[in-house]
Design a binder for this molecule. Structure first.
Ligand SMILES: Cc1cc2nc3c(=O)[nH]c(=O)nc-3n(C[C@H](O)[C@H](O)[C@H](O)COP(=O)(O)OP(=O)(O)OC[C@H]3O[C@@H](n4cnc5c(N)ncnc54)[C@H](O)[C@@H]3O)c2cc1C
Length: 377
């Protein structure tokens, strides 16, 4: 019987297994993962501190229990190092795993800024449970935290750390928070509510250097100013893990290139989740990943099915200033219509034909997202 091998035990990998098992209880499935394989909710990493959650409290189901429930062979703490496509074998640091069909659900790596200084290596980032455990340990006795990056993850951590009584400074070369997702007025809506919580914004300046100082770290900004802090957390974005696919001769761009069937250039190798670029777009969010995993399961179970992505707004977990956004492609042609009132900011993006293509809602306007999403659809 043909076997499916899935690499990666994040949301993408485990959801693909779960969906596949709904359709086929007997197909042999092997899950290979470099980490512990425990199933946890990654979005909780950036709102767990204020709730005082320890890393093991974020685990929904332990790896072995997941494997037993779903009837899969689990190779945890096993790193894939290559794909021998001619022999259809995944090469790992614990030997070869033969496959009939292979799913790459490898996730993404935090981007590391190129920083000068003798403490550049001490900058933390949080992209998995082990990182979260490191952050928790590093925060012990620490008051001030500098966050590099005012994007989704940076803003969420800023809210969470400030709510957990840390003095937070957020630094970003962009002029307003969430600048790649939100128009200026909506992004600026976050500034005052987070300031009220104890967040200081240093926008419009890049950090160039991180050094050890007597009490912690000293950051140097592009304009020469310096800032002292006890801890530095980087949240400047994620880069899809493409090396395994690239080394195997598969097409890669920003992510591993896949068609609507999640299929790479090799008809027996699929890409899913943060590592994938499906029909020219990466979609590193929970809802599209779950949808793609469900669709891929149908294909793996014998009914080739293309995935279609309806509009799926992203809700940003900044309770001090709730935000919902239906992002607009960077090169989209059109214009924002922005209204701001006591309830917050409501930005609607229209194309040249007056069709609603995206939106950005803050605070009281967040409730309008379902109705607006229907208009988009
Ligand atoms: C802090 C944070 C907050 C977020 N909040 C939200 C949110 O509120 N809403 C939202 O929609 N999205 C959110 N996201 C994004 C969302 O969580 C991710 O898109 C999603 O979890 C990615 O799942 P994945 O399975 O593709 O990747 P991952 O969870 O990163 O899993 C990748 C897996 O691949 C394994 N792996 C990698 N390389 C190898 C190898 N060579 N060999 C074997 N195994 C390997 C890893 O060990 C891991 O198990 C957030 C992300 C972060 C970091």
């Amino acid at each position: 019987m043909s076997s499916v091998v899935i690499v990666g035990s994040g949301l993408a990998g485990w959801t693909a297994v779960r969906e596949l098992r709904k359709l086929d209880k007997v197909l042999p499935v092997t899950l290979v993962t470099a980490d512990s394989g425990d199933f946890y909710s990654k979005p909780m990493l950036s709102n767990a501190l204020a709730q005082g959650k320890a890393p093991d409290q974020l685990v929904g189901t332990a790896a072995d229990a997941m494997a037993a429930q779903l009837g899969v062979r689990l190779l945890k703490e096993t790193r894939a190092s290559g794909i021998d496509r001619a022999r259809k074998a995944l090469l790992t640091d614990r030997g070869e795993v033969p496959y009939a069909r292979l799913v790459l659900a490898l996730g993404a790596d935090p981007i590391r800024l190129t920083l000068a200084g003798n403490a550049a290596d001490a900058v933390l980032s949080v992209n998995d449970l082990a990182d979260y455990a490191r952050l928790r340990a590093a925060l012990d006795g620490v008051r001030s935290v500098a966050i590099l990056g005012a994007g989704l993850i940076g803003c969420e951590f800023a809210n969470d750390l400030a709510a957990a009584d840390h003095a937070v400074t957020v630094l970003d070369p962009a002029a307003w928070p969430l600048a790649t997702l939100l128009p200026q007025a909506a992004g600026e809506a976050l500034i005052a509510p987070l300031e009220k919580l104890g967040v200081t914004w240093r926008l419009g300046q890049a950090v160039t250097q991180v050094d050890h100082s007597e009490s912690g770290y000293r950051l140097t900004l592009g304009n020469g100013e310096t800032l002292s802090t006890d801890l530095v957390l980087s949240a400047v974005g994620l880069r899809p893990r493409i090396a395994l696919a690239k080394d195997a001769g598969l097409a890669v761009n920003r992510g591993i290139v896949a068609d609507a069937f999640l299929r790479t250039g090799d008809q027996d190798i699929f890409a899913l989740g943060d590592c994938a670029e499906i029909e020219e777009q990466t979609r590193p969010y929970v809802l599209p990943i779950m949808r793609a995993a469900r669709t891929l399961a149908r294909t793996l179970a014998g009914t080739p099915t293309p995935v279609a992505f309806p509009p799926m707004p992203v809700v940003i977990k900044t309770p001090a200033c709730p935000v919902a956004v239906q992002p607009v492609a960077r090169d989209a042609q059109g214009r924002w219509e922005i209204a701001a009132d006591e309830r917050g900011v409501r930005g609607l993006f229209y194309d040249a034909d007056q069709r609603l293509k995206g939106f950005a809602l803050t605070q009281g306007h967040v409730d309008e997202r379902a109705a607006l999403t229907r208009q988009l659809a």
